[in-house]
Design a protein around this ligand. Structure first.
Ligand code: HCR
Length: 385
């Protein structure tokens, strides 16, 4: 019998959903899940989690030395994790299954200027439907800080948990006050989704992710309850100087703590390192059409009625609208195949190999040696210029 968090009428379909997950691996985005676990938000909105502390993103540009900059990059990165991996639990009680984006789905938004930090803008495009791949760019132009990345997920099932391997990476480019720029390669942690049987899924991060650049190799190790500090959401980040790769630092820096709360230096520095007890700042969605209107492929327009159905508990409406959108997309793909003209992406150009990834991951434990990239075409909509 499935757990208490599952509405009685949906326990059968929850058990079937879990059995379907257990017997497949790869992409579970297209599996039909029971209504109680559906999120009204599409995965194309998730890149906004990278910038819910826009002042920390801007602060990367204000660092004076490469060591300060590497610490600012790490601080911003660690401070995004609470939003990326625990906000759904806090706001709606558990992790939910996001809407599976359509090819070409778009999301635009910004965090307006405040206290001289400058405006940060966000643009997301679903660059593949099968497998789902989301590409994004986040930029604070006035500060000269820009993040370009993409991500996909490969899921498997192990001893009652869903294991999510994140595929993809991001490159952060920072303009230096002295001219020139520094680039950082960011890889993504592995996720374990627990609490499935009870119908209250939650995430723990596992293994390691990397931040390489500015003369440092940063390794972030993630552990749950019973490791380092014995607490959930624990991490230990080590920044090791990389001679010959820029920067003059010689000492190793270590910070430890819990990524959804705070951390402190345990070597190479003193005091508190990060603290995310202050509320985060959610993105202001902006239409990408003339006058800031939303076009038909913009996520909140495309899924408007599905989201309304899920939010208001009208699952018939949600299901009917979801089927309508999926049928329209299927028809679009058939028409493209018949005409020989494939879907044209609006903002990104796919590239089979990323030279920045290849260069920065050399002589580290980052694998594989190369990855795809999605190159941003620098075509921000008028509303975000
Ligand atoms: C794994 C996940 C889809 C992917 C989501 C990602 C990895 C997307 C990129 C963001 O930067 C961070 C992020 C956060 C989410 O926690 C993660 C989702 C959690 C659940 C969802 C599965 C596809 C849905 C599984 C269904 C469960 C809830 C039963």
């Amino acid at each position: 019998q499935a757990g208490e968090a599952v509405p009685v009428a949906q326990r059968g379909s929850w058990t079937s959903f879990l059995k379907a997950i257990a017997s497949m691996s790869g992409d579970l985005s297209s599996l039909t899940a029971p209504p109680f676990i559906l999120s009204p938000v599409s995965l194309t909105e998730y890149p906004a989690y990278w910038c819910e502390r826009p002042e920390l993103f801007a602060a990367i540009a204000d660092a004076k030395t490469s060591e300060e900059r590497a610490l600012a990059v790490l601080r911003w990165f660690i401070s995004t994790l609470k939003g990326q991996y625990t906000t759904r639990n806090e706001s709606v009680g558990s992790e939910k299954k996001p809407l599976n984006p359509a090819l070409g789905e778009l999301f635009y938004g910004c965090w307006p200027d405040k206290d001289g930090r400058g405006q940060t803008r966000l643009l997301t495009e679903q660059v593949s439907h099968h497998p789902p791949i989301t590409a994004y760019v986040i930029e604070n132009e006035s500060k000269g800080v820009k993040l370009v990345g993409h991500n996909a997920q490969k899921t498997s099932f192990s001893t009652g948990s869903i294991i999510v391997k994140q595929i993809g990476h991001a490159v952060l480019t920072v303009k230096l006050p002295t001219g020139g720029e520094e680039q950082y390669l960011l890889t993504l942690p592995r996720l374990r989704i627990d609490g499935l049987w009870y119908g209250a899924p939650y995430i723990e991060l596992t293994e390691s992710s990397y931040i390489v650049g500015g003369g440092f190799v940063g390794v972030i190790e993630y552990k749950g309850k019973g490791y380092f500090s014995g607490k959930s959401h624990s991490f230990k980040a080590t920044l090791t100087p990389r001679p010959g790769h820029g920067g003059s630092a010689t000492k190793e820096i270590v910070v430890e703590g819990t990524w959804h709360q705070n951390s402190k230096f345990t070597s190479g520095g003193h005091g508190q390192f990060h603290d995310v007890s202050m509320p985060n700042e959610i993105v202001t969605a902006t239409g990408g059409e003339a006058g800031g209107e939303m076009g038909s492929m913009e996520t909140r327009k495309l899924w408007e009625l599905v989201a309304k159905g899920i939010r208001e508990g009208d699952f018939e409406l949600a299901q009917r609208e979801k089927s309508r959108i999926e049928n329209e997309m299927r028809q679009r793909r058939k028409d493209e195949a018949a005409s020989g003209v494939p879907w044209a992406l609006k903002h990104f150009t796919p590239l089979a190999n990323d030279s920045v990834y290849e260069e920065l991951s050399k002589n580290t434990k980052i694998a594989p040696p190369t990855e795809d990239a999605y190159v941003f075409q620098e075509n921000w909509p008028e509303s975000l210029k």
